[in-house]
Write a protein that binds this ligand. Structure first.
Ligand SMILES: C[S@@+](CC[C@H](N)C(=O)[O-])C[C@H]1O[C@@H](n2cnc3c(N)ncnc32)[C@H](O)[C@@H]1O
Length: 241
């Protein structure tokens, strides 16, 4: 265990590296296939405090550069998870997963799930229905990939349900460790009264990170977030130090 390093250079001797700076400068320092999971929520190019709204084509080509590099550093049995909402222009929405998908597809990644992250709070729209979900595109680099479903099972809806016929009649029919959490995730977003709230306007809830880290990595694997904000992805990992 070599602890946490805040650094301007990637350091393979550290368990946890916090790089302060443009991810474009960090990526070339990371070797091919090193990380098992890339998980991130990039800027949406909507003019938040931490970004400058630029021409959409320029935004997409910048995203492409970063995604290409993330795929390069991703392990052959690894995953890339891109969590996005909508790009909004003049009140018109453009779902970012739709316009980013061709970039991943050109890189020959395999889409395993388009997870809908549903949450209860957000802006109240007056000229369209209020947006209450975003998505996570989960891609794997190859056809063989790490997926530990048992580590993220959730309680059965009807835990007492039994087989009603056949050899197993009378035995419990559900998986003993719980059910598959499905591709619709009901996780509160981090708004003002949330216990995890920091100064960042768009934090990941730790529960969301936890489900992806536990299912898509094995102990000791590297996780990489190119746009880590206040470091919610690291919060879960830190607990193990
Ligand atoms: C949508 S937020 C992600 C928040 C993060 N998931 C969290 O839980 O805090 C996008 C983040 O990317 C950062 N960012 C934008 N451009 C970046 C760049 N070129 N290199 C590194 N980070 C960048 C922003 O500062 C912002 O914190």
């Amino acid at each position: 265990m070599n602890g946490i390093k805040i650094t301007s250079e990637f350091d393979t001797n550290a368990d946890f590296v916090l790089y302060e700076g443009d991810v474009g400068n960090l990526l070339p320092q990371i070797s091919d296939g090193l990380v098992k999971l890339v998980i991130t929520s990039p800027p949406y190019n909507i003019g938040k405090d931490y970004e400058k709204k630029i021409d959409l084509d320029d935004y997409l080509s910048r995203q492409k550069e970063i995604i290409q590099e993330c795929v390069r550093i991703c392990h052959d049995e690894g995953s890339v998870c891109w969590q996005v909402g909508n790009y909004v222009d003049n009140g018109e929405i453009l779902p970012l997963d739709i316009i980013l998908f061709p970039i991943f597809s050109e890189l020959k990644l395999h889409l395993r799930n388009r997870i809908v992250w549903h949450f209860g709070h957000g802006l109240h729209a007056s000229k369209r229905f209020s947006g209450r979900y975003e998505v996570i595109l989960w891609f794997t680099k190859g056809k063989n990939y790490t997926f530990n479903l048992d580590s993220v099972r959730i309680p059965q809806k009807y835990p007492e349900k039994k087989h009603f016929k056949g050899d197993k009649k009378g035995e419990l029919s559900g998986h003993p460790l719980g059910k598959n959490p499905s591709d619709i995730w009901e996780i509160p977003n981090v708004k003002s009264n949330h216990i995890e709230k920091t100064v960042h306007p768009c934090q990941f809830p730790v529960e969301l990170v936890e489900r992806l880290v536990l299912s898509l990595t094995n102990e000791g694997d590297y996780v990489f977030d190119p746009f880590m904000g206040v470091g919610s992805n690291g919060a879960k990992l830190r607990e193990t130090f």
